[in-house]
Design a protein around this ligand. Structure first.
Ligand SMILES: *Cc1c(COP(=O)(O)O)cnc(C)c1O
Length: 431
């Protein structure tokens, strides 16, 4: 028996499902979960010493790959002075200045410890500012696991077969309105129904928790216009898309200015970090300057700030960082498409910078969540198991996005394509 299986047995006794986050159970691909011992650049090594090319990157944060020397060095230097003070430090100011400098819609930020906290606070702030209770989210949009946002949440929630969650009282979600992603008319209809009750719209910069679906050209600007018309707060949840596809995040790429932005993942560089930000006037509604309460014992933690800030600095130091990443991603995906076509396996993909989605589907273009749900799950499972065997690690679910780091070089991408060819040859021959 291999070490992952042994550990999984131990874990299942002392941890619910043997995991600390549901998707790690590998339930939706019918495999045993992998336990990892080490990461280096684009590679992960499991507890049995097997090496994998990693396209998960800890679900997005590791845009510089695993164990980046500069990030580790900054981390160690700061850690030597103590792990936490629960008081003000210079590095949290530097982080806030950095974020405000690079994201046009930010004048002030509040650091928190996870994406979940960031979006939960953003909703509270929007409600506090507008005095309204209802807000709109999208079917398949995931914004962490706070109660009011646990409605039709995509990814982990989908693959677990729970469209929502037990333990959330109905009255907590009765103000959560759900619209269809990339369908402005579904949003306009909700504003027509509740013209004076909607505090906010919350939307992912690029949908990345129903696999990967970029916004259609008119979608984000259309949401912006609807918010303006009805005096609602426009929240872009950039926990995943933030610094993933362009230096000013998705709002810059798609040319739209939100009122509130939530961040996480990359800005923590692998440490537990989240943030929300917007115009000063709005952000000052938060305690201690305003009436909307929010706090955190470990918020702005110096070690976490060091890992995140150094990650961001490395990105901005490297010339053509985002162009290169995007090119590598296009190279990988367009060649996968050719291989799939060659083996006559139904396949299509989406890409937003270095974030991507693969679909075993006959459709030419995937723009809606319904299409993702209708893709071929059996083909995905066969693909998944085959790739894992070949030493390539993708997210163990057909409802998650993939990510490339700046450590995924030509050789690694070509190795991935070779593995894909081998696996699809086998999968294709069984169709
Ligand atoms: C990951 C994610 C979150 C939740 O962040 P956690 O740090 O896991 O709490 C929220 N929104 C989006 C868009 C995410 O991708």
């Amino acid at each position: 028996m291999n070490q992952s299986v042994t550990l999984s047995k131990r874990a299942k006794i002392c941890m619910p499902g043997g995991v600390n986050s549901p998707v790690r159970s590998f339930n939706s691909v019918d495999c045993d979960p992998l336990f990892f011992a080490r990461g280096e650049g684009a590679y992960l090594f499991d507890v049995d010493g097997k090496r994998y090319i990693d396209y998960v990157g800890s679900w997005g944060p590791l845009i510089l790959g695993h164990a980046h020397p500069k990030v580790l060095e900054a981390f160690k230097t700061v850690a030597n002075n103590g792990l936490s003070f629960g008081a003000c430090t210079e590095i949290e100011v530097t982080m806030a200045e950095f974020l405000c400098q690079h994201i046009p819609s930010l004048q002030q930020v509040r650091m928190v410890n996870s994406g979940t906290e960031a979006t939960m606070t953003a909703i509270r702030l929007a409600r506090g500012k507008t005095g309204r209770n209802k807000f709109i989210k999208f079917d398949g949009g995931y914004h962490g696991h706070s109660d009011a946002l646990l409605v039709k949440g995509g990814s982990g929630q989908l693959t677990m077969g729970q469209p929502s969650s037990a333990g959330v009282p109905a009255h907590v979600t009765e103000d959560t309105l759900v619209a269809t992603y990339n369908d402005l008319s579904s949003v306009a209809a909700l504003f027509e129904e509740y013209p004076h009750d909607i505090a906010a719209i919350i939307v992912e910069g690029v949908a990345g928790n129903m696999n990967c679906i970029p916004p259609t050209a008119d979608f984000l600007p259309g949401l912006r216009a609807l918010c303006d018309k009805h005096q609602a707060i426009f929240i872009m949840d950039e926990v995943m898309s933030g610094f993933r596809m362009s230096p000013g995040t998705a709002q810059q790429r798609y040319n739209v200015i939100p009122d509130l932005t939530t961040l996480g993942k990359i800005i923590g560089g692998g440490m537990p970090v989240g943030a929300l930000g917007g115009k000063t006037e709005l952000m000052q509604q938060l305690a201690p300057t305003g009436p909307v309460y929010q706090a955190g014992t470990l918020s702005g933690n110096p070690v976490a700030m060091a890992a995140g800030l150094t990650t961001l600095q490395c990105i901005f130091e490297e010339e053509d960082f985002y162009e290169n990443l995007e090119e590598c991603t296009s190279y990988l995906l367009s060649n996968m498409q050719e291989i799939a076509d060659k083996h006559q396996v139904p396949f299509t993909y989406n890409q937003a910078g270095s974030m991507f989605g693969m679909f075993f589907s006959d459709e030419d273009e995937i723009t809606h969540f319904e299409q993702v749900k209708n893709a071929n799950q059996d083909l995905f499972k066969a693909f998944y198991k085959g790739m894992l065997k070949e030493g390539v690690y993708f997210a163990p679910s057909a409802f998650e996005a993939g990510f490339i780091s700046n450590q995924h070089n030509q050789e690694i991408l070509d190795k991935t394509l070779e593995a894909f060819d081998t696996v699809l040859q086998e999968v294709g021959s069984r169709l």
